[in-house]
Design a protein around this ligand. Structure first.
Ligand code: SF4
Length: 338
């Protein structure tokens, strides 16, 4: 039995358009990929892997993250256990500078090339900015040359400039979901406000890291919309999270995204974003399990976060490093990105 014509078409088209020419899929094409039957997933992942190897190369970027300020955020992102608006068990806490230096040292010891400092805030205030400045200085004084990224919410122009001055090379700010779906996920700020921060970050010369969360009630159409909206931003990196239904959040009873659906999504996002670092982020253990993580790595992913994801424990960093070894995937060298 042969597959339906439109199913053959989208992967055939992608082979020529994405693999040969490096042009990402359109919204309609992404949607077709998201609708592929399970039987075509292996073919999709194989193509996504070829695209990744062709346009990004074999290296995997490994990153560790640390939370400088946890919980108590005034915003109401419905997926987030750090929002102070929901009865989640996560309590507000600050990490001190020695703790930050230690976390950076441990991250560098895993072979990771990047260390991301994260805070659960709408945007940074003076205290947080000076904490970040002192923290980066202390990390450097410790002799640690790891690249430092930040994720501190929405920024003013002045704060963007300050971060550049501190030597922050990449800024993470997720759009989270499709523009059309955002108002049902967050009501305390808009998608456009997030976009504005990303624009300033890009113009200031920092790398842009921007992704989102799959499985927040978006339709497949909205998932495709999100993929092309991300592609339009031309981010250097897209962290792809799968919803963890955290207790106490409005999404606590949402189902976990099925492994096959998640793999289709990974493949579709790779074909929409052929040249971007696509990072496996939160939820991958829950959604994929060990086997799925490997399938994802062989299906277009080329970066991972090791260790913990802020409020959710990840599996031990060494397990992921072992997995990369088994897959013969080299970890990106720090020197190549400086
Ligand atoms: S702004 Fe960030 S930390 Fe705050 S609730 Fe939203 S996702 Fe969570």
């Amino acid at each position: 039995m042969t597959a339906a014509p439109e199913q053959v078409d989208v992967l055939n088209t992608a082979r020529e358009q994405v693999l040969e020419r490096g042009v990402g899929l359109s919204e309609e094409q992404v949607l077709q990929v998201l609708r592929l039957p399970d039987s075509r997933i292996p073919e999709l992942l194989e193509l996504a892997h070829e695209v990744r190897m062709r346009w990004c190369g074999p290296e995997v970027e490994v990153e560790g993250i640390v939370s400088l300020k946890t919980g108590g955020c005034p915003e109401d992102c419905h997926f987030c256990s750090q929002s102070g608006q929901f009865p989640s068990p996560v309590r507000s806490a600050w990490l001190d500078i020695p703790g930050l230096v230690k976390a950076a040292r441990q991250t560098a010891a895993t072979g990771a090339t990047e260390f991301c400092i994260v805070a659960a805030v709408r945007g940074p205030d003076k205290r947080l900015m000076s904490q970040v400045r002192d923290g980066i200085k202390a990390i450097r004084e410790d002799g640690n040359e790891i690249q430092i990224a930040c994720s501190l919410g929405m920024l003013s122009q002045e704060q963007v400039d300050e971060l550049v001055d501190m030597g922050v090379h990449r800024y993470n700010h997720n759009l989270e979901t499709a523009r059309s779906h955002f108002p049902s996920v967050v009501t305390t700020h808009s998608w456009e406000e997030r976009w504005e921060t990303l624009r300033m970050v890009r113009e200031a010369g920092m790398e842009v890291c921007c992704g989102g969360i799959i499985g927040m009630g978006e339709t497949l159409e909205q998932r495709a919309e999100f993929a092309v909206q991300l592609a339009a931003l031309e981010p250097d990196e897209v962290p792809l999270n799968f919803l963890i239904p955290n207790p106490g959040t409005p999404y606590e009873n949402y189902p976990v995204v099925e492994g096959t659906e998640a793999l289709r999504t990974v493949g579709a996002f790779r074909l929409a974003l052929p040249r971007t670092i696509l990072r496996f982020a939160g939820g991958r253990e829950l959604t994929f399990g060990d086997l799925g993580a490997k399938q994802g790595m062989l299906g277009g992913i080329n970066a991972i976060i090791v260790g913990n994801y802020l409020t959710n424990l990840g599996r031990p960093a060494q397990d992921d490093l072992d997995m990369l070894g088994e897959l013969s995937m080299p970890i990106k060298e720090l020197s190549k990105t400086l």
